[in-house]
Design a protein around this ligand. Structure first.
Ligand code: DX5
Ligand code: ZN
Length: 225
């Protein structure tokens, strides 16, 4: 599955987040969203330190890799992304997004990721100013703007944080993906797409619904509004 890559910028991608899925049936959950036509899935990694919650790590991702040919978009909400990145790439992630608040050597990590054949994303918490990623963003393949405090699914969308997408899009231009994560549903989708986001992570609005295909279609339709 070495050919799996972050899709080139220029398309809207809906990226279901497994955080709201049934973790006991992960492979089936991924198959359902794949059947609904998505190319990517968002894997939320939490260490109980950077955020007050714990999810999955490389062993689970490595097993899941054998059951899915979706692009694995990993979101590392961990305190030491520099330390652990390689293990996630070995486990099979295709994009690795780390937080600017904790990364020690961002340039080094981005170069390493690219050398390992993995794209790099950088992300910032709602209260983190966009200025902090200004220098590094053009080296990345994606910038993720958090629209909730990281740690939990099904939180309320933060409109002020979402506005940062406008500035990020100005900085990176059209060739780098701008992803949003937190509270994305058919109501909030037109707002973030209007600001310039093209990569829409959605957890509870997809996996919290029994008909995942209909839920994905509703977001897709809202993105065209
Ligand atoms: C939150 C995670 C999200 C989460 C979003 O820390 O980064 O990916 O799954 O969940 P919703 O879409 O329910 O807000
Ligand atoms: Zn996430």
């Amino acid at each position: 599955m070495g050919e799996l890559r972050l899709p080139k910028a220029g398309t809207i991608e809906i990226v279901p987040s497994i955080l709201s899925s049934d973790f006991a049936r992960l492979a089936d959950e991924l198959a359902q969203v794949k059947a609904a036509g998505v190319k990517m899935v968002h894997l939320d990694v939490m260490d109980g330190h950077f955020v007050p919650n714990i999810t999955i790590g490389p062993p689970v991702i490595a097993k899941l890799r054998k059951h899915s040919d979706l692009v694995f978009d990993s979101h590392l909400m961990i305190s030491e992304p520099d330390e652990y990145a390689e293990r996630f790439v070995e486990a099979g992630v295709n994009n690795l997004t780390f937080h600017i608040e904790v990364v020690k050597r961002p340039e080094w990590l981005i170069e390493k990721l690219h050398g390992w054949g993995c794209t790099a994303g950088i992300t910032l918490n709602p209260e983190t100013p966009v200025e902090l990623i200004k220098e590094i963003a053009p080296m990345c393949d994606m910038v993720l703007v958090m629209t909730v405090e990281p740690g939990f699914g099904a939180q309320e969308f933060m409109p002020e944080a979402a506005k940062k997408v406008i500035k990020v899009r100005e900085i990176v231009g059209p060739d780098i993906r701008v992803e949003v994560d937190g509270g994305i549903n058919p109501e909030t989708t037109p707002i973030v797409v209007g600001y310039g986001a093209d990569t829409l992570v959605s957890g509870s609005a997809i996996f919290g619904q029994s008909d995942r295909a209909a839920a994905i279609e509703a977001i897709r339709k809202a993105a065209r509004r």
